[in-house]
Design a protein around this ligand. Structure first.
Ligand code: DC
Length: 215
């Protein structure tokens, strides 16, 4: 079974995809974490390289999806990806890397390799449109950017972190703009995706809605 969950930053994909994978007892693939992992290890200066220059560097990277207890974790070259990739700076760099064809081709092949012989829930921007067009169920989650900014703000506050709502809203808008308007694999629903506007729904309501479609 293959389920894709796509949507913009801060819409709740990660929480929902994890919850869904746990409920269905299948693997969970966070494709955003793969873009973030590359961004974290490559750094800002590699963005100045030509795509030809980047290609051999990318070939030194390999991802692993590892089951530990009942959860799946992503490793990049044997190193577990953790909180270090979760900053907005890494997120924006990931989004910038995501504009490059050479990066998208490399990660698409990695994502498809990780999904070989495994049922999974894959979340990201182009899971249903480009990477897993054959998925059994495709969902596209959306919400107003103000609502997504508020959710991210609350999440950070709950973790006891500093947060500035105006700045978060600005960052979300910037990343949306970049993800929706890139020529290759832009953020958009697949023609056969089930679109859910989550602006006025709780996480539990969205989860139940998703489950109601899955036989
Ligand atoms: O889902 P996320 O916020 O962790 O993703 C970080 C960035 O990575 C996102 O802004 C764009 C890029 N990305 C992508 O281009 N395609 C994906 N399938 C997943 C993420």
């Amino acid at each position: 079974m293959l389920i894709t969950l796509d949507g913009p930053a801060g819409v709740g994909k990660t929480t929902l995809a994890k919850k869904l994978a746990e409920k269905l007892q299948i693997a969970y693939l966070d494709s955003g974490a793969m873009f973030r992992g590359l961004a974290y290890y490559l750094g800002q200066d590699k963005l100045n390289l030509s795509e030809e220059g980047l290609k051999p560097i990318l070939n030194n990277f390999q991802f692993q999806l590892v089951l530990e207890g009942k959860d799946y974790f992503l490793y990049l070259n044997q190193k577990k990806l953790g909180e270090e990739i979760r900053t907005e700076e890494v997120g924006f760099l990931a989004s910038s890397l995501g504009k490059l064809k050479v990066v998208r081709d490399f990660l698409k092949a990695e994502q498809q390799r990780l999904a070989e012989n495994t049922s999974l829930v894959a979340e990201g921007r182009d899971m249903g449109t480009v990477v897993f067009p054959q998925a059994d169920y495709k969902f596209f989650l959306d919400a107003d950017c103000e609502e997504r900014a508020k959710r991210r703000y609350k999440q950070l506050k709950m973790l006891g972190k500093e947060a500035d709502l105006t700045l978060i809203l600005e960052q979300i808008k910037q990343r949306d703009e970049q993800d929706r308007n890139r020529p290759i694999a832009p953020l958009k629903p697949a023609a056969d995706a089930i679109i859910i506007d989550t602006t006025r729904l709780s996480l539990e309501e969205v989860f139940l809605k998703i489950l109601s479609y899955i036989k």
